[in-house]
Design a protein around this ligand. Structure first.
Ligand code: ZN
Length: 240
């Protein structure tokens, strides 16, 4: 069994379709979504319907929560808030209700999935270093947990201590714990514009990152046509 794990799609349909095609070519039969289906880019409804129709296991991201509610977005950064206001208008009440019902944490096969961290999933804390990862590991009861939220692919490992491992693939060893950020499909922030996702190959216990080119010009044109902030079109080309 080979599972494709991907999240932070952020309404980028071209990136999502490219990831799904690559995953199929790589022999993935199962899919898991790390959340943040919507927000920032111009195809929230289409991405939501693609995820929902496929019935993949999915966990809720902060943008999914913010798009589903009516609460004020004033405390958010202005660009993200503008995109979320626009996103709320693009989704039907029924689609927003569906976003609201998504669970915060799931267990799939032998691993756990969460958008941010397991210690306080509803606080949407960012894991950017091993100290942040330590808090998560205290609440991680499976060897392997996948997450997203920072849009930066990362691997944290705990044996006698916690460390960050820089690798494009890693073999999951028994007795160790792994907290793997699958990166972002629709708005990578590690300086590489290509869509990012992970393949977990169960027979070999191997987790591998994949980077996939997509039709970014179309995505940028849709952002501009929608009247979304120009910086959103620029940042996806820069991977930041
Ligand atoms: Zn996100």
């Amino acid at each position: 069994m080979r599972i494709a794990l991907f999240g932070d799609i952020h309404a980028n349909l071209e990136a999502l379709e490219a990831v799904l095609q690559d995953a199929a070519e790589q022999g993935c039969t199962d899919h898991v979504c790390m959340g943040d289906i919507v927000g920032y880019n111009a195809d929230p409804a289409a991405c939501l319907e693609r995820v929902r129709a496929s019935d993949w296991p999915v966990v809720k991201g902060n943008h999914d929560e913010d798009a589903s509610g009516e609460h004020s977005l004033e405390s958010m950064n202005p660009v993200a808030a503008a995109a979320l206001e626009w996103t709320r208008d693009q989704l039907s009440l029924e689609q927003r209700d569906w976003l609201r019902t998504i669970r915060m944490v799931r267990q799939v096969e032998d691993f756990t999935v969460v958008h941010s961290t397991l210690d306080q999933p509803q606080s949407w804390n960012y894991v950017t270093n091993k100290f942040d990862a330590m808090s998560n590991f205290s609440y991680q009861f499976t060897n392997l947990c996948f997450h997203g939220h920072t849009h930066v692919p990362r691997i944290f490992v705990r044996d006698s201590r916690v460390s960050e491992v820089e690798a494009e693939s890693i073999v999951i060893e028994p007795g160790m714990k792994y907290f793997v950020n699958t990166g972002s499909v629709g708005q990578p922030r590690d300086g590489d514009w290509r869509a990012c996702y992970v393949i977990y190959d169960l027979p070999t216990s191997t987790v591998s990152f994949r980077r996939v080119e997509y039709d970014i010009a179309t995505t940028q044109q849709k952002i501009r046509d929608a009247g979304l902030p120009e910086v959103l079109a620029e940042r996806i080309a820069e991977g930041r």
